[in-house]
Design a protein around this ligand. Structure first.
Ligand code: COA
Length: 164
């Protein structure tokens, strides 16, 4: 993988929006991204081409989300809160690196990590398999995420007993 992962900065927000646009995904609210960057209970990371600062564009980004309360089957805790890799940079390990960085951060704070995924998103489900995520529940929505097609999966992984 010819990319580096680092915590996101305010100057990355426009580049994150560009990644979402390139991927044809709904654009996040910039002010909510800025709030996430300042939130000590969350991590936002970006991947840049090795040796560049991100000028010319980010290759991908991801964030975590901390839910302070349960929502039926979805408990309070640290969640992987979304990841996008630029379409022209996929299948080169960037999604793996962005996820490893977020999980390393979560494992310093918790024994379990969670994420929710549309049941039809095979790429995402396959990506997360290597960390041992297992299905806990299915529902049309978890916390504030509602799934197109009506089927979402709640996944859980346990902190490894030895560092990866
Ligand atoms: C899911 C996503 C982040 C993967 O990013 P990526 O950089 O391509 O992931 P990696 O290169 O690290 O892939 C690691 C492994 O995940 C699995 N994987 C990734 N994408 C896959 C796909 N489309 N189909 C099947 N398996 C896939 C493979 O096992 C892959 O290993 P391999 O390339 O050696 O076969 C990317 O496809 C994406 O941005 N998708 C759109 C946004 C999205 O769906 N986000 C997840 C929301 S929960």
């Amino acid at each position: 993988m010819n990319a580096e992962v680092r915590p996101a900065q305010g100057s990355d927000i426009a580049l994150i929006l560009a990644v979402e646009a390139k991927a044809g995904r709904p654009l996040p609210d910039p002010s909510r991204l800025a709030t996430a960057l300042d939130d000590e209970s969350r991590l936002v990371v970006v991947a840049t081409a090795r040796g560049t600062s991100g000028v010319g564009g980010l290759l991908g980004w991801g964030k975590t989300h901390f839910w302070a309360y349960d929502d039926d089957a979805a408990p309070a805790g640290h969640y992987l809160g979304g990841i996008t890799v630029r379409p022209d940079s996929r299948r080169s390990g960037i999604g793996t690196a962005l996820t490893q960085a977020r999980l390393d951060w979560i494992w310093r704070r918790a024994l379990e990590a969670w994420y929710v995924v549309n049941a039809s998103n095979i790429g995402s489900i396959e990506l997360h398999r290597r960390w041992g995520f297992v299905e806990v529940a299915r529902a049309p929505s978890f916390h504030t995420t509602t799934f197109d097609g009506g089927a979402g999966i709640l996944m859980r992984a346990a902190r490894p007993t030895t560092p990866e």
